[in-house]
Every structure is written in structure tokens, then in C-alpha cells.
Design a protein around this ligand. Sequence first.
Ligand code: PLP
Length: 380
Amino acid sequence: MEARRSDTTIVVQSDHFIDEKTGAVVPPIHTSTTFARDENYELIGEIRYGRYGNPTCIQAENMLAKLDGGKQARIFGSGLAACTAVFETLRSGQHILAPKVMYHGAQKWMRRIADRRGIELSFFDQADPNALRASIRENTALLWIESPVNPTWDVIDIADAAAAVHAVGGILCVDGSVSPPVTQKPLEHGADIVFHSVSKYLNGHSDVLGGVLITKELDDRWEEINVIRNLSGAVLGAFEAWLLIRGMRTLFVRFERASRNALEIARHFSSHPLIDAVLYPGLESHPRHDVAKRQQTHGFGGMMSMLIKGNAEQARKVCCALNVILIGASLGGVESLVEHRASVEGPESAVPHNLIRFSIGIEPVNELIEDIEQALKAIN
Ligand SMILES: *Cc1c(COP(=O)(O)O)cnc(C)c1O
């Protein structure tokens, strides 16, 4: 009988990997792009050619499917390549609904696809709990959400979103990049597909670009997503898949430490005289803390934002005055990062100009607090 292993043990042991020939406990990197057949012209393994995947990718996919409780996972060469595969399944006349504030790159891509393909696209106010339901249309084929929402960290009720879109025959896809399956499993709340940019917490070391889709059902849509990945050549390379497996070994301890650091920082600065508000779902004062607690069962992660008492220029000054925390894009790595999102996103951005986004890493928390304290003095 196979032992029941916790999610933590699954990633720590790379799915209880032991090489049959050598006893090695670390999975190998399979760089082969072609896979041989036997004397009956049958494939020896599962794959015939590298564009259809490779054994190292499959190793990572099997773990990712287990963590999120899905039937199957497929990994892609970037997060956005995975998003693209979902968008590609839509037909003209269908409707995509997404939050007003969300991951900027995915929203930009949605606008472009909708524009060129005759797909309806609309956005709901993610800060208003009633707006989502009111924005569903009869032809809503895809409801795309993230929770918490980047970078304002509004929380969306996943079960409620699933019920709303299922009522019109559409699907719910949840972007879980900032809230990995350590703490949140959207399929359990009714989502049909979960997406993660593995470039973020899952790899966790800011050295792999990749994305994954995990499905609840092996249905026609999933088949189409497989075809799209394989024919568009959007598969992840073997070396990146191996780095991802390696990064995932420490996923749980990294996430736990980042969550603890972030909560302490959020509490410390929530009553600071130079801060208007700290946006973090782990704070009891967060307007949807109750929903966050129900969905994020093992920590609220390292992502938070601060609204400073000041304008865009002063917000950028604070970022530049940090000495320990690095200024940079991306999130979910072991190192702490800060970004002024309004500057990066440009004029169409709905992000407040006094918002500073932090990706809190695993450094000692007092060092991070002191760094932010001294940088805030740049406002004056
Ligand atoms: C980074 C990110 C993406 C895009 O993933 P890439 O790997 O950068 O292509 C999508 N959604 C969220 C929430 C992200 O943070």
C-alpha cells in the first residue's frame, strides 16, 4: 500500500523520487528531445518528441497536480504562455470577465486578444463584493480572477465566483501565483482551472520563468489546451523544470517564513504616522479578512502594499531610499523586493499613485522593518 504523504513531504522528496538504477534521490534532467520506439514501433516512454513535454517536466507536473488536487497539470515556458493557452480556447461572441485591478500583463493580453477576435471583455470592481455577480453575462465563458488581487490585495470569494459563472455555463480560472497551494487550493472551492506563474513562489529563487495550468477535469477544453501548448511550442525546457523541482523542495518553509515576516511588518506599519493604510489580507482590519482566512488556510504570504501619506514622487523616493530591500519587478522569491506599480504600469493603470508594493522575503524581519522605517523619512 502506498503511504499517504503530506504536500510538504511530496515536494521535499520530489514525489518520493528514488532512481531505480542508481538509488539517487534527486531526479535527473532529461535533455533528450527525441524518444525511441521498440521493435513493435511502440514508444518506450510517454513522449515521442520534446515539444510534447519531457520526463523532467512530467515529474514537475505530477507534483503540481497533486498539490492543487487536480487531475493533471501542464507546464509552460512562462506564466503568460499558460494564460495565453486558456485565452486561445475562447471564440468570438464569448465574454471574458476579470477584475479591474489584477496582474497587469495578463490584463494587457486579454485586451489585445478581445480586440482582435471579437471577444467581449469587461472588468468588475474587485473591492465591491457584489460587483462580480452583477457583471456576469449570459455569454460569460471565462471568469478569470486572482485572490488576493495584485497589488491592492482585495480578496475575492472563490466559491461565490465559481457558483456565479457556473450558473451561465462558463468556467472559473483562478490565478494563484501569489497564493500557492501551500495555503490556497481554488479547485476545492469550485474553480475549474488553476493557473500559477511558477516564476514566483513555486520556484521561489527568481531564476526560473514558467507557468502551470492545473485542471479539475480531463475534458475537451483541457484536450484543446494540451494541443495549444504542444503545437505552439510553449513547453518549459528540461533545465528550467529541474530548477523548479529543486526550488519546490523548500516551498513550504519559504512560504511560512515570508508569511510570518509580512504579517509582522503589516502590523508594525499599520498605525505608522507616515502611512495611510497597509493592504494585507492577514490583518484583522482587512475588509475581507474573514474570506481570506477561509481560503488561505496556511498563511497570507509575503505580498503587501502600503499607501503612503504622499504623492507618486514621494512614493518613488521611499522605494529609492531602501537599502536592504531591492527595487524590482516580480515577487515570491527569497529576497525582498519593492515596486512603485503605478510608474511601471503607465497611464492606463488603476493602481493608486501612493501605493508601494512589497514582496517580503525570508530575511530577518527586524532588518526589513528598520529599512522601511528609515526609508519613510524620505517623504519629508
Ligand atoms: C508574474 C505573474 C504572472 C505572469 O507570469 P510570468 O511567469 O511572468 O509570465 C501572472 N499572474 C500573476 C499574479 C503574476 O504575479
